[in-house]
Write a protein that binds this ligand. Structure first.
Ligand code: HH2
Length: 268
């Protein structure tokens, strides 16, 4: 069964839960609840990447996330740090994070050398442009081929900087410079990206394409999000990044059991 990465956003402005977990104690409580629901990884982030979001200074981002990483590390569930800044990642690794989730795929030249030196896993995500600009008329020749070529190039660059190839995962970046059609194409053809040789991470949870398809506000996209996670896993994702762990876990367990015609002990 695909692994479930539970989202812990320590931000005032994340698109679906901004401000709810800015207080570190509440964020830790939320992370623990997601772990109890069955999260395999907890992804802690201190900078929103929603369309139009402004960058957060490193000092502020560090202050938001470090106590939360520290509070959740050692709880039996690996912690990933969702950051594009190497100095934030370094401090989070010191606090117990073992995975770096970089939505800019190592735009910071220090990021890959850091991950190599510290022996952590690295998630490289595709984004077209920056959060400020990415939704302004994104265009591709073939979105799957273009995203795949970008991810391979960044993965090879990270390898050249010393990150072991088996510690690299790639993510097509659903919603990051993509139209609804691009997102659907990527989710449907995830298997082509899996053939690149790196485990696939995918995050569709509550994103706007689900709102556009279902006509639902962000607070009411659970059904669409679960469907996207199940489809992503069926098409080759090894990790699904979600806000709603319990519902996703139930759905993946049932879908996996049907697929393998097995249940309980045998499905995981
Ligand atoms: N999406 C978001 C943030 N980080 N990381 C990966 N690897 N893949 C994703 O698709 C991804 C990500 C955006 O979602 P969220 O954290 O809920 O919102 P915000 O960026 O507004 O905090």
């Amino acid at each position: 069964m695909a692994q479930i990465m539970g989202i812990v956003n320590v931000t005032p402005n994340s698109f679906s839960d901004g401000g709810r977990f800015l207080d570190p104690a509440r964020a830790i409580e939320h992370g623990r609840a997601l772990a109890a629901e069955g999260a395999d990884i907890l992804d802690v982030g201190g900078e929103s990447t929603r369309p139009g979001a402004e960058a957060v200074p490193a000092e502020e981002e560090r202050e938001r996330v470090l106590g939360v990483v520290e509070g959740l590390a050692g709880g039996g569930v690996p912690i990933s740090i969702d950051t594009s800044k190497a100095n934030v990642a370094a401090a989070a690794i010191d606090s117990g994070a073992t995975i770096v989730n970089d939505v800019t795929a190592c735009s910071d030249p220090e990021m890959a050398p850091l991950c190599a030196e510290r022996g952590v896993e690295l998630i490289l995500m595709h984004m077209l442009g920056t959060p400020r600009t990415m939704q302004a008329d994104p265009t591709y020749d073939d979105v799957v081929a273009d995203v795949g070529a970008f991810l391979v190039e960044r993965a090879e660059r990270a390898s050249a900087a010393g990150v072991a190839a088996d510690r690299i995962m790639v993510d097509p970046g659903i919603g990051f410079g993509k139209t609804v059609t691009h997102n659907l194409e990527l989710l449907a053809r995830l298997g082509e990206l899996a053939e690149l040789g790196y485990p696939i991470v995918v995050g569709a949870s509550r994103k706007s394409f689900i709102g556009k398809l279902s006509g639902r506000e962000v607070s009411d996209r659970l059904g669409g999000s679960v469907a996207a996670a199940v489809a992503g896993a069926a098409n080759g994702a090894e990790v699904v990044r979600v806000h709603d762990v319990a519902a996703t876990r139930d759905a993946l367990m049932v879908a996996t059991a049907i697929d393998g015609r097995e249940w309980r002990e045998d499905v995981e």
